[in-house]
Design a protein. Structure first.
Length: 546
């Protein structure tokens, strides 16, 4: 899904979103295949597929990563988790006047001298145009979360923009023109796009980023070349070639034969092979992504917190991490990543304990039957377990979960669907959206900002949000709403401590583990400093290839 909302200190200091620790190992040898070596100045890597180069309609992380090569944003986030000004000069704070005292106005001062890749000047007009494009109902944008809190936009001059908000909105800084949330779009060029009635069929546009699109051969490759007009100066790389390689094993083979210089976001199943590759640097980068077992609380007995807690306690999460992710994933307790500034470090996850799970089920009235399946009032405890039919990692997790649940007397039966049905809209048979499941093995991402309102709040049932669990909890809602209405990270952290405790207590979803990115690259690639998110290429202008 598109990754795609952070706070600022009331005192005006730039916020440290998270302290990231990147695991890194390097293995080098002196041998290389003859005639097969890196091309100086050119970086080659692969993705499984690209459906769109239109930032408004994209749905995958790989596509947003390409946007960071081409487009400009108010801010990006560096490898320490701090905002890096791009098209904006400074992060708005109360102290610098960027946030009004009532929290309803944000002021951004824009960078002068920035030019679009076709030479046209960048101004506040482009910002207003992009906001209007995002809110234009004719445009099929991925999400308008946060943007729909804007009442109006004002431009006192060509390099000042003021957002008047309907209410204070804590995640605004990380949402408005910042690429790390569900609706974090780049600034688009008014001069080349304003004449379109909608942007649904506009695949490409010029940007202000370090690289410009040179060629897109659908299904084969995308090539970017250095932008000589980039405001920081021309990037060190001359070219970036993104090859379309749908099969992970083929991509690994091409890396081994030096047809690729890097594998970014490698699958965990390949980690045993990747970690022993010669002439390679391996980085394990924490992310805000997590795997979970969603529980449809509309379906009995999942409306009973005791049953949900029993399921969470019955799942052998250490086994999932050790065997299915080969130790790449990290133990989890909350939907907010442990690398986040808002993570509640006082929480402790429920330990794997089949006996305790059985006791919880007994308390809920489910007694073990002669066939090792529990019953209550003559009804067997049968739950259907769902995931994407061809999602190898999640299917493997599903098998472990199924066996764990059967061991405590839950008849867990697998019923998987194609990806388009799992994530489709309810009107088109969507499994999650329509609540057509009991337990679902899926992934989610809160982004850089800890805002998780669309996942769990009472007013976020589909189609308004992605509360696929149909869980409504007044304690969670009050704390979440208070966190959304404040910009101070200290205040917000206190409220998020409450939301995390409530999630662990009520368990509408069992958080399995936090994911880490596997980045594999040649030692010839210099300057890669991945961020604590899935959008790792914030400083591509600094990269170089020997």
């Amino acid at each position: 899904m598109k990754l795609l909302s952070t706070s600022v200190l009331r005192a005006g200091a730039l916020v440290a979103l998270c302290a990231v620790v990147v695991g890194c190992s390097r293995v080098s040898t002196t041998s290389k295949p003859v005639g097969s070596q890196s091309i100086p100045g050119t970086l080659r890597y692969a993705v499984s597929g690209i459906g769109s180069l239109n930032p408004l309609t994209q749905t995958s992380t790989d596509e947003v990563i390409l946007d960071l090569f081409v487009y400009g944003w108010f801010f990006t986030v560096d490898d320490t988790g701090r905002f890096v000004p791009d098209l904006a000069l400074a992060v708005p704070t109360y102290r610098n006047g960027g946030i009004s005292t009532d929290g309803r106005m944000l002021t951004y001062h824009l960078r002068r001298g920035v030019r679009w890749q076709d030479g046209a000047p960048f101004t506040a007009r482009d910002v207003v145009f992009t906001v209007n494009a995002i809110m234009n109902p004719r445009n099929n944008v991925f999400s308008r979360t946060g943007w729909d809190d804007i009442a109006s936009v004002e431009t006192p001059d060509d390099f000042t923009v003021r957002f008047h908000l309907k209410r204070p909105y804590g995640p605004a800084i990380a949402t408005l023109f910042c690429p790390y949330q569900h609706s974090g779009y780049p600034v688009l060029p008014a001069h080349s796009l304003a004449h379109f009635s909608d942007l649904n069929h506009v695949d490409t546009a010029v940007g202000t980023g370090p690289f410009k699109l040179k060629e897109w051969v659908r299904g084969d490759h995308i090539e970017f070349e250095a932008n000589p007009l980039y405001w920081r100066g021309p990037p060190k790389l001359k070219r970036i070639v993104v090859k379309i390689v749908p099969d992970n094993n083929t991509a690994l083979l091409q890396y081994k034969t030096h047809e690729l210089d890097a594998i970014f976001n490698a699958p965990t199943a390949q980690f045993p092979q990747l970690k022993d590759l010669p002439d390679s640097t391996i980085r394990l980068v924490p992310t805000p992504s997590f795997e979970l077992v969603g529980m449809n609380t509309r379906h009995a007995p999942l409306d009973d917190a005791l049953v949900r807690r029993a399921i969470d306690t019955a799942i052998d999460k250490p086994k999932l991490i050790a065997n299915n992710t080969h130790g790449v994933a990290m133990p989890a307790v909350s939907d907010i990543a442990s690398s986040s500034w808002a993570f509640n470090r006082s929480l402790r996850p429920n330990q794997y304990d089949p006996a305790a799970a059985g006791a919880l089920l007994e308390r809920a009235g489910w007694t073990m039957g002669p066939d090792a399946v529990r019953t209550k009032n003559g009804k067997r405890l049968t739950l259907y377990l769902t995931t994407i039919a061809k999602g190898a990692d999640r299917v493997a997790n599903e098998i472990v979960i199924q066996n764990s649940l059967r061991a405590v007397g839950i008849d867990a039966q697998v019923k998987n669907y194609p990806v388009e049905l799992v994530y489709g809209l309810a009107a088109y048979g969507g499994v999650l959206d329509g609540g057509r499941y009991d337990l679902a093995v899926v992934g989610q991402n809160t982004g850089i900002d800890p805002d998780d309102s669309t996942l769990f709040m009472c007013d976020q049932f589909p189609p308004r949000g992605v509360n696929w669990f149909f869980w409504c909890d007044p304690v969670f809602d009050r704390a979440e709403r208070a966190a959304l209405n404040d910009y101070d990270p200290g205040v917000r952290k206190g409220y998020y401590a409450i939301t995390q405790r409530e999630l662990l207590s009520q368990l509408p979803a069992s958080i399995l583990y936090y994911s880490r990115l596997i980045l594999v690259s040649r030692p010839e690639l210099h300057g890669l400093k991945p961020t604590p998110s899935q959008i790792w290429n914030w400083n591509a202008w600094e990269w170089s290839m020997d």
